[in-house]
Design a protein around this ligand. Structure first.
Ligand code: AHR
Length: 513
């Protein structure tokens, strides 16, 4: 054998050896115990913004309206994904909202200082709680810490939950004798930001949350208390030092792209490079909680506004140019919501699952219209790609998750990078059945993922049954005219030496019985 032949042989051997060493692997960690996650990570958010409430969930003139004016088709499509919790009424809207304007027989419209429009107040606390009951989800009320006071917040709790006091009597007089028992209450929205009405300084925030929490607990000691926080220690550590002893959750918001002023939605590639957002944000808050000695689940995380796409509403937060209200129609652009949204959404849900020791609540923002899961139009509802991800996760995953280790090739773009695939392993309590969520972020290549079936206590099968959301292109989207271009399909995937080929731009649920 001459030198050239030897060199060729070495390359082939090397290549063969390299081929033998799988690159993309997922393995359940040794002695991993099934950990039950809270299904409230599949929650959402309803704000008095544009047509989310009026013309969204509530439209008495619609042919789909029920006796309370709620769109029955919207209720039905949200029940299908077992919507567990809905945060309301904002968002920036709440920071100048006075809840008493929205209850009782003689309501007048008010000016909405957050979104520069008229608020009719025909959908208020009683309608919201009734809608939640019909939907079968937990109500979660965010209070006004912008122009509001601790007393106004706690009076709202009295209106909802007390049996004595003038606000409890007000509820009864309004026809709702029985207390509502609203468990989840948040002090404030993004009071840390200059865009917020009644923004607060770091020094003001902790004491305000403490005094508000004390009064809310004085009215109903069983409430679960949340407060607006950030991944920035400068804001969140003082909050925890002042009020952490009263809090159950800190609230984190994240939009991968702020589209408030310029409407140039990220393309597929720029979107998926940001798939590690939630992991990074949760790690940052975990460090702050530990530093405040409130870690280990004593105070948990409510990731209660999140989406790849921020909302378009120029010039929000500028206070010198007014608002271009008509520009909000751009949020309805169907072609914006593609497989990028599906892949990004699945990766955030995976992050909530693998951090379920801390992340107990998450609210996709918002639930209908704007950049939401569902677009509501006069003839029906359009389910966007993100809705189908929720359908897969809520209806196909199992109630426990296992800690896994993952290795894989990395996609790189400038200073951003992300592993080409992402997986979580869910199971039943006995670890006999498994449902894996595996996401292939690549825009154009199938990704071979090697699953250590032995770590599941299973022999590697020859095939796995699967449900996949893949679309015919990374830029595929649903429209009113073509509502099922992106939909869930059932598949049987070949497994070769433990390796499954996941198609490009795909969210897949693999079943291992
Ligand atoms: O763009 C909508 C806004 O995003 C919400 O009202 C607010 O909470 C967040 O800044």
């Amino acid at each position: 054998m001459n030198i050239k032949q030897m060199a060729t042989a070495c390359c082939m051997l090397g290549g063969a050896l390299l081929a033998a060493a799988p690159v993309n692997t997922v393995k359940v960690q040794d002695a991993a115990k099934p950990s039950r996650y809270n299904p409230m990570i599949f929650g959402s958010f309803l704000e008095h913004f544009d047509n989310q409430v009026y013309g969204g969930v509530y439209d008495p003139q619609s042919k789909f309206a029920d006796e309370d004016g709620f769109r029955k088709d919207v209720l039905a499509v949200l029940k299908k994904i077992q919507m567990p919790i809905i945060r309301w009424p904002g968002g920036c809207f709440v920071s100048a909202y006075h809840w008493q304007d929205g209850v009782g027989p003689n309501r007048e419209s008010t000016y909405d200082k957050a979104w520069f429009v008229e608020e009719p107040n025909t959908f208020g606390t009683d309608e919201y709680v009734k809608w939640c009951r019909k939907l079968g989800c937990e109500p979660y009320i965010c209070t006004n810490a912008g122009t509001g006071t601790p007393e106004e917040m706690s009076d709202w709790v009295e209106y909802c939950n007390q049996t004595v006091g003038k606000f409890a009597r007000m509820r009864a007089k309004n026809g709702h004798k029985e207390p509502y028992g609203v468990k989840y209450w948040s002090v404030g929205n993004e009071n840390w930001g200059g865009h917020e009405t009644g923004a607060k300084t770091v020094e003001e925030w902790g004491p305000l949350v403490r005094e508000s929490s004390k009064m809310i607990r004085a009215v109903d000691v069983k409430t679960k208390l949340l407060a607006a926080a950030t991944t920035n220690e400068r804001w969140t550590l003082p909050l925890l030092q002042n009020a952490g002893y009263l809090l159950d959750y800190v609230c984190i918001h994240h939009y991968a792209q702020i589209l408030a002023r310029d409407y140039r939605p990220f393309n597929y590639w720029d979107s998926i490079l940001r798939c590690d957002d939630a992991d990074r944000n949760i790690d940052a808050v975990r460090r702050i909680l530990d530093k405040a000695r409130l870690g280990g689940g004593r105070v948990k995380i409510a990731y209660d506004e999140w989406n790849l796409r921020g909302w378009h509403h120029p010039w929000h937060g500028d206070f010198r140019r007014g608002m271009d209200v008509a520009a909000r129609r751009k949020n309805d652009t169907a072609s914006t919501y593609t497989m990028a949204d599906a892949v990004y959404t699945a990766c955030q849900l995976n992050a909530f699952l693998r951090n379920s020791d801390l992340v107990d609540i998450a609210c996709f923002a918002p639930v209908v219209n704007t950049t939401g899961l569902v677009f509501v139009h006069p003839e029906g509802v359009l389910t966007r790609t993100t809705y189908h991800v929720f359908d897969l996760y809520v209806n196909e995953l199992l109630p426990f998750r296992l800690s896994v280790g993952q290795t894989g090739e990395v996609l790189q773009g400038g200073r951003l990078q992300t592993r080409v695939f992402d997986a979580v392993v869910t199971c039943d309590e006995q670890k006999t059945r498994f449902a894996l969520a595996v996401v292939n972020k690549s825009p154009d290549k199938a990704t071979p993922v090697t699953i250590d079936f032995a770590s599941l206590g299973k022999p590697a099968p020859a095939t796995v049954k699967a449900k996949v959301l893949t679309g015919d292109s990374p830029d595929a989207f649903n429209t009113i005219e073509n509502p099922d271009r992106v939909h869930i399909e059932t598949a049987t995937l070949a497994v070769k030496d433990g390796t499954v080929e996941i198609p490009a731009h795909t969210v897949a649920i693999l079943y291992v019985e």
